[in-house]
Ligand binder design. Structure first.
Ligand SMILES: Nc1ncnc2c1ncn2[C@@H]1O[C@H](COP(=O)(O)OP(=O)(O)OP(=O)(O)O)[C@@H](O)[C@H]1O
Length: 224
């Protein structure tokens, strides 16, 4: 599904080229649950942004479902991003002025999903995450764990095949973090491919594969 070959990402400073990723080869099959770990600044978020089609500024090849991503036109890449990827961030990135319901609805509006279908998808998600009673509240009226559940609901509303989660439990206490990881495990069982970056070793135990990065490279790649 995802095949990265010899990916280099670098920035040009005045005197030298600084590599953020160097020679990364990585193949991820549909249905895997992959955890990226490694010290801060090692390139985890950079790699996830490349995988999620948010960063085009790199060298090497990236094939998604056998199609070369660098060869795609911007429009094609952007519709692929919208159709196939859901993104979850450490800092939730919910829209403060919108209710829980409206936050979950946003990506569906971009995808031109009909009103009745939107209602049914959101009702299912609210039910699944036990947030029905909270649907008219605003993000600031929720706990961190609840905000992250809304972030997940929003990310999966469009039924993406790949879920990218960048330090998704970084702001949560351990019980909330566990709840989020259980949701990921369930989504993965239903067939969603999950790629998470985390500093928490216990989060890796929910996955099927652990990749440790060092100095912009893959240092270890272990099946769990
Ligand atoms: N646009 C950019 N310009 C300059 N440096 C950058 C840019 N993007 C990333 N970097 C640098 O690349 C390195 C890798 O960053 P990245 O965010 O991918 O690391 P990370 O492993 O996700 O770290 P963390 O665990 O702290 O989130 C960092 O040293 C960062 O400062």
């Amino acid at each position: 599904m995802i095949k990265l070959t010899q990916i280099d990402k670098f920035i040009e400073s005045r005197f030298q080229r600084i590599f953020i990723l160097k020679g990364v080869d990585l193949t991820i099959q549909q249905g895997e649950f992959v955890t990226l770990m490694g010290p801060s600044g090692v390139g985890k978020s950079t790699l996830m942004n490349i995988i999620g089609l948010l960063d085009q500024d790199y060298e090497g090849n990236y094939e998604f479902d056998g199609k070369s991503v660098p060869a795609m036109k911007d429009k094609q890449r952007s519709s692929l991003h919208k159709a196939e990827f859901g993104y979850i961030f450490q800092a939730y990135h919910l829209i403060d002025e919108l209710t829980v319901y409206e936050n979950i609805e946003t990506p569906l509006l971009y995808r031109n999903v009909s009103g009745s279908e939107r209602k049914s998808i959101i009702a299912d998600l609210l039910d699944r995450f036990k947030m029905v009673a909270k649907k008219d509240l605003f993000p600031e009226q929720l706990s961190g764990g609840q905000q992250q559940l809304v972030g997940i609901a929003r990310a999966i509303a469009g039924r993406p095949r790949v879920l990218l989660a960048d330090e998704p439990t970084g702001n949560l206490h351990s019980a909330q973090a566990k709840e989020i990881m259980e949701v990921f495990r369930e989504l993965n069982k239903e067939g969603t491919t999950i790629i998470q970056a985390t500093h928490a070793r216990e989060n890796a135990d929910y996955g099927t594969r652990l990749i440790e990065m060092l100095d912009g490279k893959i240092d270890k790649d272990i099946a769990i």
